[in-house]
Ligand binder design. Sequence first.
Ligand code: GLN
Ligand code: ZN
Length: 648
Amino acid sequence: MKKWITSNYHYMVPEYDGKIEPNFDSFLADVQRGVKVLGGDKAAPVVIGPVTMVYLSKIKAFASGFLNGEKHKLLEMLLPVYKDLLKKVASLGVKEIQVHEAALVMRDETLLPLFKKAYPFILPEKNAFNVDINMVSFMEDIGEEHYKWLVTIDEVSIVSLDFTRGDTLGLIKKHGFPATKMLGAGLVDSRSVWCTDPNKVLPIIEEIKRHVKTARVNPSGSLQYLPWSLEGENDLENHTAGPVLSFAKEKIAEISLVAEAFHNPDVFSDLLNKWSEYIQFVRENSSVRSRLERITEADFCRSEPFEIRRGKQLPGCPILPTTTIGSFPQTKAIRQLRSKLRKGTITDHEYKDEIDKQIAYMIGIQEALGLDILVHGEPERTDMVEFFGQQLEGMLFSKNGWVQSFGSRCVRPPIIWADVHRPRPMTTREFKVAQALTEKPVKGMLTGPVTILNWSFPRADIPRKDQAMQLALCLRDEVADLESCGCTVIQVDEPALREAMPLRANEKKEYLDWAVDAFRLSTAIAKSETQIHTHMCYCEFDDCMDAIDKLDTDVNSIENARSDNATLFAFKRIGYTKDLGPGTYDIHSPVVPPVEFIVNKLSAFLECVEKEKLVVNPDCGLKTRAWPETIEGLKNMVEATSLVRARL
Ligand code: GLN
Ligand code: ZN
């Protein structure tokens, strides 16, 4: 599972194992059903483009006849399959097929030859089936090379581009847009909860009218990244920000409005009023602003370098310390407890009492297992971002604003609407409950500023960087408060550190610079004696190794169980000197990892990481697991660690 391009949506990485056995029966049946219900002129089936498919696939090393990475060979094998698929889809009576080539937005020079090879080979000859091929891209502009190529393919009659991110307009102005094609103008932002701002969209409409002969309007990408609808969200609708909020269903209504504005800009008058009324509300908090202005270089730096402070941390902790990533099983009992609190059938006091019993149980289990650095287990948290968001001022919450993260897993991202600040400590109560029950150190558990930002809907009126810094101040205060309660290890999770990273090299750097700064502003206040951990998962780390190094954490625990140590080698290559906790086993499976399996993992880790710097932990938090396998897995992890320690 990996994160889909610049989003928090995950996809299963297709793995090519040496065989291609196409079976499109159920897909074709779906298309047929769509045609029956909607009619052939309205049902536009979506096919993932072959280049994207190959680009995002993994070729198993043993696949016959392939050297790992030979993507063009896989593409060659797929092309006849695609040609056949498109022919079959076209024959079902549809008028348009959307070919989603998400990879068009990737800045990777190896892609253009693949595109050139794949198209027009797979496309039905023009008019042969009386079907329009709509090449769709989203998430960003597609860059000059891909644009210049795309607008020249005869067989493509519609080109759909994203006008909400990147510089698609610049490409059209510079290279023109063919009069023979229709432009699908992605003007309605499919990833923002704010409704279309006429002041921003009208100038783009004017330019499109100037340069493009035929255009239509569509969302900038799939609406799956937005909650379904504002209907029934009374608290949101009555909020100051309510009139300018817009979820998926409302965005659909905006599409026709924007299309109408091509002929008659006056249709925007209502929207213009809403925006100008909204703009008048003060969303600035003067104390947050002045605090940010007073920040100096020193606020981003720990008081001593890693080499010195490391020796002062966790005295008495054994070599290869064992720990977990934070959460323990979110059982039915815990979920019921939360639902009772929501319904008001238990008091806040009763709820906290029960949460404390859960914490006590989790501490007891960890003591019995013999783990070295304990956690309180996060029973009070629904979700690692919502939990913090709900305690911060400046965030809004929906009742039903779920968006898909993967499969049936959904998250309900908060909406940032004003300057963010922390009215009171957020995690110290649970930390104190846990620490009072054990002599072992309990890890304070926070979500980092970049992850909170990336897993929320940001406000549209100030840069994301500024929002990250505001969140960083909230976390900085929390780190200080945890320390003053006696906390000596604090983990600040940043699984989404690189999630919103732009695709263009120069913008990438700028993004990573402020993302790193926000993390450092959150954590640098920690005393040398306090060990700062971070945790990252579900992403490729290769393009942000230096940034990870610059976070200057004392320990970094990373997802690794399925990566054949590639990430560890990459850390070694850049000369990473801090401690590392590569995941010893995959927590997404209920399978209990045997002791020898973990012994082998640890032995392999020790080839890349010095023994004094290796921390032992699972791949991620255990909240989706059940207790029996959690206990068995951790028991084996502790046992494997003592076997390996004895050999050192
Ligand atoms: N501390 C969090 C947990 O254990 C981290 C989750 C994550 O990395 N996604 O659940
Ligand atoms: Zn994780």
